[in-house]
Design a protein around this ligand. Sequence first.
Ligand code: 0WK
Ligand code: BGC
Ligand code: BGC
Length: 983
Amino acid sequence: MFSKWWWRKRVGFEDITTRVTPECHFWVHWGASHCQTRAQTRGEWQLLCVPGGQPPLWKFMDSIGSEGLQQGEEALSCPEEGLPRPSDSSELVQDCLQQFKVTVAQLQQIQASLLGSMEQALRGQASPVPAVRMLPTYVGSTPHGTEQGDFVVLELGATGASLRVLWVTLTGIEGHRVEPRSQEFVIPQDVMLGAGQQLFDFAARCLSEFLDAQPVSKQGLQLGFSFSFPCHQTGLDRSTLISWTKGFRCSGVEGQDVVQLLRDAIQRQGAYNIDVVAVVNDTVGTLMGCELGARPCEVGLVVDTGTNVCYMEEARHVAVLDEDRGRVCVSVEWGSFSDDGALGPVLTTFDHTLDHESLNPGAQRFEKMIGGLYLGELVRLVLAHLTRRGVLFRGCPSPALLSQGSILLEHVAEMEDPSAGAARVHTILQDLGLSPEASDVELVQRVCATVCTRAAQLCAAALAAVLSRLQHSREQQTLQVAVATGGRVCERHPRFCSILQGTVMLLAPECDVSFIPSADGGGRGVAMVTAVAARLAAHRRLLEETLAPFRLNHDQLAAVQAQMREAMAKGLRGEASSLRMLPTYVRATPDGSERGDFLALDLGGTNFRVLLVRVTTCVQITSQIYSIPESVAQGSGQQLFDHIVDCIVDFQQKQGLSGQSLPLGFTFSFPCRQLGLDQGILLNWTKGFNASDCEGQDVVSLLREAITRRQAVELNVVAIVNDTVGTMMSCGYEDPRCEIGLIVGTGTNACYMEELRNVAGVPGDSGHMCINMEWGAFGDDGSLDTLSTCFDASVDQASINPGKQRFEKMISGMYLGEIVRHILLHLTSLGVLFRGQQTQRLQTRDIFKTKFLSEIESDSLALRQVRAILEDLGLPLTSDDTLMVLEVCQAVSQRAAQLCGAGVAAVVEKIRENRGLEELAVSVGVDGTLYKLHPHFSSLVAATVRELAPRCAVTFLQSEDGSGKGAALVTAVACRLAQSTRV
Ligand code: 0WK
Ligand code: BGC
Ligand code: BGC
């Protein structure tokens, strides 16, 4: 606070600034006379000589910065005719004003240096401490004009010593504006410099006073708080003040959550029930108030008492936000930009004086060269300087001219305004106690113009840095953007904006920028953010309500596990159960002694494959994928099996196997009651298959009949296996502990090695039998209805097998996309998504593929890629929409994985208990596109199994070769067993 000694000498005039403390007296020799005074308070004393013989004046600045004058005994007089103008006055003027001249090179250096600091701060680099703060504001989207409602807005700090309360009505109709009602309240100096509680109580009183005058209810008011100071935001309604700027310095606020301080004050006031929904920086309010136009408004610039800018940055570039999706509005806080390298050369002695005498020396140096709170002071210091040099006002300053803060922004704006005319300038100067001559008026205008031109140029250099950052952020060569401007310097200063625009075009020629003045100082913008916050909060509540049934807790999952155990036991006993627990006649997993060449078919998944499997000491596979057109899958059984045989024949020809009758294993991934290894009665189709005349038939016979129909083809169908069994066998070949097969693909199912004694209907009490659980049908008896949602019901209703495969329809790839689509339709109908616009595309069945979930949820995908997937679907979405679609996908796939995990936990616990083991180590062979491709599905399944079956160490083995290999191995085992019984 206490600055160093100042000595300034000039012929016949002396002023002394000194640091004194209460206990010291001091003497000043003044020409013939001397006077003595006693310092009343701690502070800074300055001896001022005043014209006209009054006793000398002492100016003091006490510790809180307020100043006053005290009559000394005797004052120096200023000769009536004033002092002669020094001969070198034009050099003096040139020297003085030259200091404010900033070259293009200097502006470019400031632009580059600020851009460097911005990117350093975005990366979260702590040292060297970045010169600007780059504060995320949690405003993630620019309003889209549908915001509606009545909002209270409280503006504090934007316009210096006043706060404003507004009542803003948003109609939600693009272009239809209701003029906000507002009231301004002057904040007393002692409140701006007093205790924080005093300031917030003052604000709460102003709020009540304003609302008392409005025909509004006292309940359920939503308020947006425009707080124009640097704050760390941790949410749209949580913001901690970093440091005061612009003449404010209340105690007990820095480091506090200003929303809570306001809520507490409103509570203490107790007059209104007001929900403070959002806190925004004034630049954000300005940006958000920007009228929707041809170009996206992505920058908000304020030059009022202070200055600052915000812009929409890609969230993934903001290191502090562990968010790599969407955009976020960042408040740059360029007021604190202070790169000595860049700013040093343009800082004048007047800037240093101003900073030294300011409330926060050393801080906000850039702001002090641009902000309206300081322009007047800079002009005053220059005028005082030139006056002392006798260049102005015949060397006779007035007390006002020597008083800090006596020249205001309004004065500068008027004096610089060519339309104001000399007379007006004359009046202003006279009001400051000066006696200007015409030349003085002209020079004063020049000083104002010089100071403001520099301010506008510096502001432009900084803005050009922000535009360059936007280009980098958008990876665009050129940029088309609109900048919303606000603040009295922009609004009232005659030339500020034109200089700003011209300089920006010079410094950022590749940016095509339009400037849109804010209609009402950002009040509407704050209401917009509040509306967005309120809307987002409402949408979030609706989204949470919609997704809540998908968020299964431990007890619900444990209940599914227990219900599945019960259904397994019933199914094994042959009792009515939604789990058929079908014996597969596979009694052992391979032991590695299998040998030979085998043909294998793999039908029922995404692809139909024909494979040649050569089993020696290892397994070699040659396969070919064939399509099963929907018309064949839903045509006649004969057509389907003839198509299968056609594919086999085509494969044999390509592999040079024609005429060879290799043992064939048939992976048929549908529920079959097996009567033997090569006999399987199809119980019902699933997964979109519906070929006629097959259900209730022995599938192997249907295949053999098709072979017969296609003369000249020899095939020895040895085994029919389910894809779960094929997968278990395939993985069991590598890991003998693999006793469970799991498929999570188009459909879902599991099999496992059960104790034969537990399998009713199959003779024998020792040994094992692989059981195909057909768990896709779990819950078909209604046991899952408590978990089923209206979206599951819609998907089931629209399926070709309503009421069937309920568990599968909550888990597998054929249905997850549809569940998501139905949820998106629902959220769109609530207006939560896509602005409530239902699109034809989204109403199209199966348009939202399950693979989209895997893509959308992949960690490596930035939101724009997610958006691209959704835009390909013709969905008109915002980044909020995209984030919500992502959450919907996450909720649906998470539930699917957890339910699948609960099923696996039931199976491993069954095996553990079967064997009376404390601990069980077992492996699960897994296949299926969803399990393999979804970024989180497998880990969620494993986590659920660990949670529900903690005494089982379960290893999940992803099958590399699919179940075709498993079918060939089952065939090989059957051939080996047949061989061994023949010998
Ligand atoms: C590959 C297996 C096949 C199984 C399929 C399931 O070889 O037997 O039916 O996985 O996954 P999907 O292709 O349905 O995603
Ligand atoms: C504050 C900013 C504010 C700017 C304009 C600066 O002093 O630090 O938060 O946006 O003034 O009001
Ligand atoms: C079938 C099962 C098959 C599963 C996975 C289900 O629809 O009923 O037999 O294992 O899909 O493909």
